[in-house]
Structures are given as structure tokens and as C-alpha cells.
Write a protein that binds this ligand. Structure first.
Ligand code: CA
Ligand code: CA
Length: 117
């Protein structure tokens, strides 16, 4: 029998797509409001492993090493692909078939404006 669980929803998660994962099962969790508080609602199975709740990372294309955040590792990857014209290359952020200063500028702009808030 699945258990329907409610977990406190962090305010910044309320408008995100929340993914519920347990073993091989993956589903989109629902955010519900109860007594004025926000909860994440999902169905879990007893003894079926760790339950993971996560949100889609807003970092997307700029997370070059795919670790879910913008950090030094992404700059290293950008540097390693510097002046590469081998495509497809996820370091070619502006799509001009070359990894160069324009991509670096775009990366830094995103980091300092969108991400740095
Ligand atoms: Ca990263
Ligand atoms: Ca480019």
C-alpha cells in the first residue's frame, strides 16, 4: 500500500516542478496548501528505498559539468574547451560554433546577474 506523505515545502519551491524519486519510481510531486502552509504531496512505498525530492535546476545550459550549480568546475570546463571548434560542444553558449570570449562573457553575465541574486 502506498503512503501519501506531506512534506513541508520550502517557499522557493512552491512554484517549481518538484520531482519525487524512490528507487526506480519517478513522478512529479504536487504542492498542496493546508491550513495556510504549503506541502509537497507524494505517494511513497514502505521499504522501497530512499525518497528524494528535487526541483529542476534553473541553471540549465550554464551548468557545464552538470553538478546542479554554477561554480568553479564550470569555468574549468569552459577553459578546457577554449577555442574549440569541435561541435556540438556545450561550452558554445551563443551557438556560433566556437568556444571563445563571447561565450565566457555570456557565462559571466549570467553568473553575476541571474544567478548571483
Ligand atoms: Ca556546475
Ligand atoms: Ca561561441
Amino acid at each position: 500500500m502506498p503512503l501519501t506523505l506531506l512534506t513541508d515545502c520550502p517557499p522557493e519551491w512552491a512554484s517549481e516542478n518538484i520531482t519525487f524519486k524512490q528507487g526506480q519510481t519517478q513522478q512529479t510531486a504536487e504542492v498542496v496548501s493546508k491550513d495556510g502552509l504549503m506541502y509537497i504531496k507524494y505517494n511513497a512505498l514502505p521499504d522501497m528505498g530512499i525518497i528524494e525530492l528535487s526541483i529542476e535546476s534553473p541553471v540549465c545550459i550554464y551548468d557545464l559539468d552538470g553538478n546542479g550549480s554554477l561554480d568553479y568546475g564550470d569555468i574549468i570546463i569552459l577553459t578546457e574547451n577554449w577555442l574549440s571548434e569541435t561541435m556540438p560542444n556545450n561550452c558554445d553558449l551563443n551557438g556560433d560554433m566556437r568556444v571563445d570570449f563571447a561565450d565566457y562573457t555570456q557565462f559571466i553575465n549570467f553568473w553575476t546577474t541571474e544567478y548571483g541574486q
